[in-house]
Design a protein around this ligand. Sequence first.
Ligand code: ZN
Length: 288
Amino acid sequence: MKLQYKSREKILEEKCVDGVEYLSYPLLEKTGMVNHGFSTRIGGVSEGVCSSMNLSFARGDKEEAVRENFRRIAAALDVKVENMVFSKQTHTTNVRVVTEEDRGKGTVKPLDYDQVDGLVTNIPGLCLATFYADCVPLFFVDPVQKAIGLSHSGWRGTVGKIGKITVETMRKEYGTDPADVLAAVGPSICQKCYEVSEDVIEQFRINYEQKYWEELFYKKENGKFHLNLWKANEIVFGEAGIKAEHIAVTNVCTCCNPDVLFSHRASHGKRGNLGAFMAIREGGTTCY
Ligand SMILES: [Zn+2]
């Protein structure tokens, strides 16, 4: 895949399985505990603005095409479509504790919940699934208590610090010590591409300490601001108690790479969805 990276560091790994291209984090991979990945546009069957790996049933694409795309990305990630559990993203900070009864919700069973932007589980095989086109995916792996989390953090979720709420939910439910957690900020819009108005910045001024403001946003001549959601979520990880050496931050921007990744901004809203996926491997964990 022809991706433009913002730095030379090898934070993400490009993978290709049977023509399906996706990105993964060596930081999470090396635990041997999870199957995970972030999809690209490459390797699906959808056409037009959804070309080709669209993972949304709600963007005017043919249902059959989307189903085939899910079948393909699941095969590439070595997870099962019928084990997926979807978020129902509405820019909240609500985190759902995913249990056995949720298995297949979004793919083989209807979603019977709403306003869920974060998912956590400790059940092997269940594949958490969240969806994107510039917003920020957050991945969490606790290799000690064997629990995972996956959350959707747009600017509202980042203001509300859903990353911290996800870790707190894992602590409450699974006894997770934040010092054990490995976390990744997923591919999403970079600061250079992300222009926002001052009312958004005002929310960040309220919720983030002043010492961070210079790193988080700057004002342009036109009165608009550029906001750094990657840095903001890295700060949230720190506030949650995650160690700096356990954090990976994407150096790939969705909006800088509109041919490989869906970007709401780059496409002016004419686009499909990317997916972030993560499951605890079944049959015990193997370190390699
Ligand atoms: Zn960019």
